[in-house]
Design a binder for this molecule. Structure first.
Ligand code: ASP
Length: 324
């Protein structure tokens, strides 16, 4: 991570602006006080949005939003976040209409866009792509998902949502359900659980189990977790049920995907086995793993989770630009 040579102007920088000018590539960069700060600033951002809609905190700043993979929520929430903070956006959501289609390298593309912008958000299909891009950049880069690697901003917005839903993070019990092998959001989330003494229930078919590298990190961090194939094992004791999509695009062979798709589907019957105050989250998009009949259940928190995404991304943009 770059720690010097930053070219950002200082505006009201505070002594704890440790993310000013920094890349956000992995949740491994965050300690407990960093996360608490993100959640605190995001809360302030929500007040800003609720009370005045937008402010001029990032006026004069430009975000380059570069997406090599499809996105609805991450892409548009970063754009909306920048606009609500008074900044501007250069958006490339369809790299096939950019020089990428002519064979331009990731390095050349990000070096080009950083010439126009103050901060960049990158989503890419290759694990490690964000770190690769950051290694040639001087401006801050935010990883918006690198293949099956990580999705740090999603994990932070998930924690923000969980605290809103449950009222606390300390000591809660969360089931991570579905595709734990390729799901980058759960890779990031699982690496933060220990800070709040969270117990994780890892629920997946054996072929979609949490990767050994993530389990090794969780073990080293002292994370409390158990592994299950059946959701029924854990359903009745949860604070949060975090559902995920089977990541079809990561499978080398479609037969392997067909064999596990639909392994878990949340229906009104599933909800009847949950506590009255268990919140159901999902990073979205959902395919068929949550029946739409569940949407009106007050415990279905995924649309509230989406709204949390924008304010957490407002906080992160302000922090890396040194204006939080
Ligand atoms: N939107 C999330 C991601 O980009 C989850 C998903 O695609 O299933 O990782």
């Amino acid at each position: 991570m770059r720690s010097e040579g930053t070219v950002l102007p200082r505006f009201g920088a505070s002594p704890d602006d440790k993310f000013r000018g920094k890349h956000i590539l992995s949740v491994k960069q965050f300690d407990r006080s960093d996360i608490d700060r993100v959640l605190r600033v995001a809360h302030e951002m929500r007040t800003v949005v609720d009370v005045v809609g937008s402010i001029d905190l990032l006026k004069g700043c430009v975000l380059a939003n570069l997406f090599y993979e499809p996105s609805t929520r991450t892409s548009s929430s970063f754009i909306a976040a920048m606009q609500r903070l008074g900044g501007d956006v250069v958006a490339i959501n369809e790299v096939r209409y950019s020089s990428v289609a002519k064979g331009e390298t990731l390095e050349d593309t990000v070096r080009t866009l950083e010439a126009y912008a103050d901060v960049m958000v990158l989503r890419h299909h290759e694990e490690g792509a964000a770190a690769r891009a950051a290694s040639v950049m001087r401006k801050p880069l935010i990883n918006a998902g690198d293949g099956a690697g990580e999705h740090p901003t999603q994990a932070l917005l998930d924690l923000f949502t969980m605290r809103e839903e449950v009222g606390r993070l300390e000591g809660i019990e969360i089931a991570l359900v579905g595709d734990l092998k390729y799901g980058r959001t759960v890779h990031s989330l699982a690496r933060l659980a220990h800070y709040y003494d969270i117990t994780l229930r890892l629920v997946s078919p054996p072929s979609l189990a949490m990767p050994a590298s993530v389990l090794a990190d969780m073990d080293a961090l002292g994370t409390k977790y158990t592994v299950h194939e059946s959701l029924d094992d854990v359903l009745g004791s949860l604070d949060i049920l975090y559902m995920t999509r089977v990541q079809k695009e990561r499978f080398a062979n479609i037969a392997d995907y067909e064999a596990v798709k639909g392994s878990y589907v949340i229906t009104p019957k599933t909800m009847s086995g949950m506590r009255a105050n268990t919140a159901l989250l999902h990073p979205f998009p959902r395919v068929d793993e949550i029946d739409t009949a569940v949407d009106n259940d007050p415990r279905a928190a995924y649309f509230r989770e989406i709204a949390c995404g924008m304010v957490v991304r407002m906080a992160l943009l302000a922090m890396v630009l040194g204006r939080a």
